[in-house]
Design a protein around this ligand. Structure first.
Ligand code: FES
Length: 158
């Protein structure tokens, strides 16, 4: 009986561990990182603990031409596997922006908007990796950056 209790305790600890210490695998870079939820230092890379924020914290280059403000698609990633609720769901702004992403798939996300909540495996599109490895950078993307969304004119109170 004590064996079963100890086993159940270990199972509970293991599931808590996965939730509180999510693992992010960047599959085509052969890199897996993990961090304690709520404890990742934030340096203005998209939403706190987003895939972009996680990547930047661990020295993994993920292009982010607009600085993580959902105004480009250069942080595009493809989710290969994820536990239930491993990423926050996309909001309307992210979905609208994703519609303009080259190589869009049903599992595409913007790295700066998808907040990590559990274990997830993502792939960075090859064109993005090639671009960065060939010396490209946020300042040189030119036409790859779609124009910012136009906002409706503000009402002016008189
Ligand atoms: Fe521009 Fe994510 S960095 S949308």
């Amino acid at each position: 009986m004590a064996q079963v209790s100890r086993y159940n305790l270990r199972l509970a600890q293991a599931s808590r561990y996965n939730k509180d210490v999510p693992k992010v695998t960047f599959s085509n870079l052969n890199r897996t990182v993990e961090f304690e939820s709520g404890k990742l230092p934030y340096d203005d890379h998209g939403k706190p603990e987003s895939l972009l924020d996680v990547a930047m914290n661990f020295g993994i280059t993920l292009e982010h031409a607009c600085g993580g403000s959902c105004a480009c698609t250069t942080c595009h990633v493809i989710v290969k596997e994820g536990t239930d609720g491993a990423l926050t769901p996309p909001d309307e702004d992210e979905l609208d922006r994703l519609d303009t992403a080259p190589g869009l798939t049903l599992h595409s996300r913007l790295g700066c908007q998808a907040i990590v909540k559990g274990d997830v495996i993502v792939e960075i599109p090859a064109w993005n990796i090639n671009y960065v490895s060939e010396g490209g950078g946020s300042m040189n993307l030119g036409d790859a950056i779609p124009p910012a969304k136009s906002l409706p004119p503000k009402d002016i109170a008189h």
